[in-house]
Design a protein around this ligand. Sequence first.
Ligand SMILES: [Ca+2]
Ligand SMILES: [Ca+2]
Length: 270
Amino acid sequence: MDSATTSRGVMILLLTSLLALSSSISLSKAEQGELHVVAKNASISVSILIDYGNGTIDWHDPLVLPDSSTVFNATLAVATVNYSHYPQGVFVDTINDVWNTSPYYWTWWYWNFTESTWSLGPIASDRHFLTHLDIIAWHYVNTETWLPLPHPPLPKAIVVDIDPDSLNLKSNGKWITAYIELPEGYNVSDIDRATILLNDTIPVDQFWVDKPLESVIGDYDEDCIPDLMVKFNKQDLIAILSSGEAIITITGDVNGISFEGSDTIRVIGE
Ligand SMILES: [Ca+2]
Ligand SMILES: [Ca+2]
């Protein structure tokens, strides 16, 4: 089989498997239609990843779209796309000048919040309607192995407040505190405290990893958004700081999705 035949074969296989699954999607299309009637002028906010499969990734987040947008609409909003029409829907040939080259094809995926993993889009991208807070990916993948999966979802823009706002390098205190708030759709009680790192190096003090969850979740800034309180060893932090402004970055995982957020503190002393 020459490569053109192989490539056509893969395309037909992709479209056929998409068609086979399309009946299960028609219900959600109908539901989407109903929603559209209720909220005609509403918009949705989604995240879209373009993963070139070579380490280069491109996140668009948040991407605000009309509420009846499809994966294809979202793609056109963030990338230059060449595509072909088939009875089963649109087939994407290139994204940002990267062409399908057998066995590598652009495939779209959605983040499965229940399973905390990527799932392959079951129908053509112009047939799948997006809902608010969906996370989708275009992945240039070897269709013989289908691996690796797309890059994990975006470090969501989270709110981090480091307390205190200024830190004396001679301070003797034991801990420095971080309050973490997550965007809509995520729950701070789902944060895995053992995955949290300050500036990629300092983990949460074990005492604060083990503490009962209910004692570290509150709303300290009274903005009606729950926050998780974690504490880090202050002397470990002092050891990596010098005087001036310091950006403190907190990373971690919530339901297997990485998040990242920063706050700035003033460092005093030598
Ligand atoms: Ca602060
Ligand atoms: Ca709060």
